[in-house]
Design a protein around this ligand. Structure first.
Ligand SMILES: [Zn+2]
Length: 307
């Protein structure tokens, strides 16, 4: 098998990359290839391609979103794990009778997880439940003090995603680019994967008690962080593409990065010498829809909820 040949770093490939035409309309970025030495190229980069303007990037986005729609069904992530009640029973932290009472309590009230029921009934405490959940997910319990948590200067993940997945960034090791994310109920592997793809980090999961997690999320909501806009009622692929294209143009984005994150679509607009802007589209399982350039108003920013 022949080894792949990567493009060299000479002037020619660089010029070719800069003069690559728009991925949607085929328009050349410069009137002559040498103009790239004196003129700044306008437009957007999206997944390795260049698009000359808002309408072209909207067309490209609509095609991408339509191809991967509907969203992949969520995996039953905890289905193969030992039930929490049995785990506590096997470690003799609850008795069979206590577990039976808790299950009956859960059935009668019709809400709450078994760990919460056991805790409400006073059979176990929060630390025991956290430890049992960590065992259930084969993860460590976070032992370091809040002072060591990287969240003080780690704002690369939108707050909306942290709240949706009930997690927070606990530690970051720059040398290995590994980010330790803390959960209190269940590990959201699809979001961890999205973080790895978006930020080029490795991620690991750990557990903390729900009280610590709530306090940390409240604290993170007060920290200065990049702008994020959350869209709740996006009906179809065309509307989503229109929102992203419009915001990219308005905010002078240079590169658009997007990834599905469970039921959300996480879009990051990278800008020159400015903080990025995050767009979060909730429940991104769109109705199929065609996109025609005639459908696209010039200035159509949907009203988002701003965090
Ligand atoms: Zn174009």
């Amino acid at each position: 098998m022949r080894a792949p040949r990567w493009p060299g770093m000479g002037v020619r490939p660089w010029l070719e990359a800069l003069s690559r035409p728009c991925g949607a309309c085929g328009r050349a970025p410069y009137r002559t290839p040498w103009r790239c030495l004196t003129e700044k190229r306008r437009g957007f980069r999206l997944l390795g391609a260049w698009y000359c303007g808002g309408e072209c990037v909207q067309k490209a986005l609509a095609g991408m979103l339509a191809r991967e729609n509907p969203a992949p069904a969520a995996r039953p992530s905890a289905a193969h794990r030992v039930p929490l009640g049995l785990l506590l029973l096997s470690r003799q932290q609850v008795t069979g009778e206590q577990l039976r009472i808790a299950l009956e309590h859960q059935r009668c009230t019709g809400k709450g997880k078994i760990g919460e029921c056991l805790q409400q009934l006073g059979f176990v405490d929060e630390a025991q439940i956290t430890l049992a959940l960590a065992r259930q997910w084969s993860c460590p319990v976070l032992r370091t003090s809040p002072a060591a948590w990287a969240a003080t200067n780690f704002t690369a993940i939108p707050l909306a995603l942290l709240e949706a997945s009930q997690m927070f960034p606990a530690e970051f090791a720059p040398a290995s680019r590994t980010l330790l994310m803390a959960f209190s109920q269940a590990v959201d592997h699809s979001t961890l994967y999205a973080i790895e793809q978006m930020l080029d980090y490795r991620t690991q999961a750990c557990f903390v008690g729900p009280r610590v997690l709530r306090q940390r999320l409240q604290w993170l909501a007060q920290v200065r962080r990049p702008l994020e806009f959350v869209f709740d009622r996006v009906e179809d692929v065309a509307e989503c593409a229109r929102i992203v294209g419009s915001y990219s143009a308005k905010l002078s984005a240079e590169e658009i990065r997007l990834i599905r994150c469970g039921p959300h679509l996480w879009i990051r607009l990278d800008r020159e010498q400015q903080d990025p802007v995050h767009l979060i589209v909730r429940s991104a399982d769109f109705r199929p829809s065609g996109l025609r350039s005639g459908d696209l108003p010039d200035d159509s920013l949907a009203a988002p909820s701003v965090l």
